[in-house]
Design a protein around this ligand. Structure first.
Ligand SMILES: [Zn+2]
Length: 67
Protein backbone atom coordinates (compact mmCIF):
# COMPACT_ATOMS: atom_id res chain seq x y z
CA UNK A 1 0.00 0.00 0.00
CA UNK A 2 1.15 3.48 -0.80
CA UNK A 3 -0.07 6.84 0.41
CA UNK A 4 -1.48 9.13 -2.25
CA UNK A 5 -2.00 12.88 -2.40
CA UNK A 6 -3.78 15.12 -4.84
CA UNK A 7 -2.54 18.51 -5.93
CA UNK A 8 -5.06 21.20 -4.96
CA UNK A 9 -3.77 23.35 -7.79
CA UNK A 10 -4.89 22.06 -11.15
CA UNK A 11 -2.78 21.60 -14.26
CA UNK A 12 -3.92 22.46 -17.77
CA UNK A 13 -7.69 22.34 -18.30
CA UNK A 14 -8.56 21.80 -14.68
CA UNK A 15 -6.90 18.42 -14.27
CA UNK A 16 -5.61 17.64 -10.79
CA UNK A 17 -2.57 15.40 -10.48
CA UNK A 18 -2.29 12.49 -8.06
CA UNK A 19 1.10 11.69 -6.48
CA UNK A 20 2.56 9.12 -4.14
CA UNK A 21 4.04 10.30 -0.86
CA UNK A 22 7.55 9.54 -2.17
CA UNK A 23 7.27 11.55 -5.39
CA UNK A 24 9.85 14.33 -5.84
CA UNK A 25 7.11 16.40 -7.50
CA UNK A 26 4.73 16.12 -4.57
CA UNK A 27 3.29 19.58 -3.90
CA UNK A 28 4.09 21.18 -0.55
CA UNK A 29 1.70 20.58 2.33
CA UNK A 30 -0.29 23.75 1.63
CA UNK A 31 -1.11 22.63 -1.90
CA UNK A 32 -1.97 18.98 -1.50
CA UNK A 33 -4.68 16.89 0.07
CA UNK A 34 -4.24 13.39 1.44
CA UNK A 35 -6.45 10.88 -0.36
CA UNK A 36 -5.53 7.69 1.45
CA UNK A 37 -3.44 4.54 1.18
CA UNK A 38 -4.25 2.22 -1.71
CA UNK A 39 -2.92 -0.92 -3.35
CA UNK A 40 -3.04 0.50 -6.87
CA UNK A 41 -2.94 3.75 -8.77
CA UNK A 42 -6.38 2.96 -10.17
CA UNK A 43 -7.89 2.83 -6.71
CA UNK A 44 -6.19 6.08 -5.79
CA UNK A 45 -7.51 7.79 -8.93
CA UNK A 46 -11.01 6.49 -8.26
CA UNK A 47 -10.98 8.01 -4.79
CA UNK A 48 -9.33 11.19 -6.05
CA UNK A 49 -12.19 11.66 -8.51
CA UNK A 50 -14.51 12.06 -5.52
CA UNK A 51 -12.51 15.15 -4.56
CA UNK A 52 -11.99 16.66 -8.01
CA UNK A 53 -13.96 15.75 -11.12
CA UNK A 54 -10.93 15.60 -13.39
CA UNK A 55 -7.85 13.74 -12.13
CA UNK A 56 -4.85 11.93 -13.54
CA UNK A 57 -1.83 10.08 -12.21
CA UNK A 58 1.49 11.91 -12.15
CA UNK A 59 3.59 10.73 -15.07
CA UNK A 60 6.64 10.35 -12.89
CA UNK A 61 5.37 8.44 -9.86
CA UNK A 62 2.09 6.84 -10.95
CA UNK A 63 2.89 5.46 -14.40
CA UNK A 64 6.22 4.04 -13.29
CA UNK A 65 4.55 2.24 -10.43
CA UNK A 66 1.96 0.55 -12.64
CA UNK A 67 4.53 -1.47 -14.58
ZN1 LIG B 1 4.26 12.33 -8.78
Amino acid sequence: MRSYYINNQHQKEGVHEVHTAECPFLPNSMNRRYIGAFKSVDMALENASNVYASVEGCKYCCEKQQK
